[in-house]
Design a protein around this ligand. Sequence first.
Ligand code: PNW
Length: 489
Amino acid sequence: IQPIWGCHEMCFPSSFKFGASTSSYQIEGSWNVSDKAPSIWDHFIHTQPHKIEDYSNGDVACDSYNQYLKDIEMADHLGLDYYRFSISWPRLLPEGFCTKISKDGKQYYDNLINGLLKKGVQPLVTLYHWDLPQKLQDLGGWANPEMSEWFADYADVVFSLYGDRVKLWITINEPVLICDFTYNSGPHAPGIDEPELGPYLCTKTVLMAHAKAYHIYNKKYKPLYKGKVSIANNVVYFGAKTDDDKEITDLCNQYSYGRYLHPVFSKRGGWPPSLVMFMNKISAEGGHPRSRLPSLSKREIELIRGTYDFFGLNYYTSRLVRKARANETSEKSPRKLLESRAIFEHYPNSTEGYPEPFSSYPEGLRNTINWVRKNYGEQNIIITENGYSSFEDDLNDYKRIAYIEKHLEQILLSIHEDGAKIFGYCYWSLMDNFEWTSGYTPKFGLYKVDFTDKNRKRTPRISSQYYSHVIKSRSIDSKKFISKSEDTL
Ligand code: PNW
């Protein structure tokens, strides 16, 4: 390992950036102030409150719409290079279309961006983190191909308003959650369970939407502002349990992630060939006259291919995959379609997660990075999310420190031993927030939020001290903090 100047152990290059992430619905609250229109999450929760474990909602959340100065203060206090947040589409464009820009909505993000820049924190802005205007859902949402045009119009508005100050953009957060965690099996808004065509129509529209937004930025804004645009994909690393399970594991990877990654990041573009074959086969078996996976024309393949300036990766967990035995199905399988063919197991040496899917397997991060490089060539990678959750809201969160240290160690190994180009890491999350169908019970925050307090008081956890130490020292050693733990235990 080549020691880096000024660093006697493995440490982060001086160009490496550290950040923390949040998203609009999970923190903002003020769901109906001013002219804000309802999003699919507002509608879903208000009409089906039982879908959330603790019957809570994001009506107030962290109240960041009113408390954003505190969020900026926390980002500053941590010494973050980046603060990743998302824009609420129905807050900025209450009509869903670009026919009207909300004055208050525009002002809110202006204030947030300007406040961050004043403190030297760069905004990393996500255009879409799941809070679609309900009005567009009523018109079919992501199953309607026209959505890609409406998204591109929205993106154009956002780039025109904030492009002079925001240099890093994520178009869409985790397409796999948007399409598969809703239509295919999942419990997320809009709550439509339609595994036949839903996930695949959605996949194509999301990719087209991303690509159109990318091209708008590239043509209209990049020459002026020189910013960068990409998409953030969540990858659960799937490793084969035995050599015999390699084929099914590869299919799971292509089905779950290749479907979103291959069209954008591969040299050839289009759907992964093994996925096309698989979808042809099961579509015919099910009596469909054509593949359930919509076709991509040559023009569409070219439109989507290469629409990235970097690779945004959200990583939380990994699974071992094995072929299902006769008559064995896994209820916990995230993908109905593969349920009868593959079984997903937690890695035996992973640590238990809360909620259950989030078992911690740090080596999986390095494996994922190498899987991405092997499949799509060398990429400039930023970890746009990675985080530890617990149901204890303890301020002495040593387990979170250990989680961060172990994942950062894998990033260091990727950089120094594998030669991966990783330029940043954003912890999820800056503070406790509304964790979708799990409500407020899981705590992911470097800062604790008191959800019983009217002002949603934020209090730093020990992990926030550790993280700011990492940022300053550019190394991960947690001894100082762990010995503190021994003192107090
Ligand atoms: C992300 N998995 O979703 C989202 O981007 C955040 O909004 C969310 O709060 C955060 O993770 C924590 O849940 C994920 O099963 C959901 O691996 C599920 C998984 C990963 C990310």
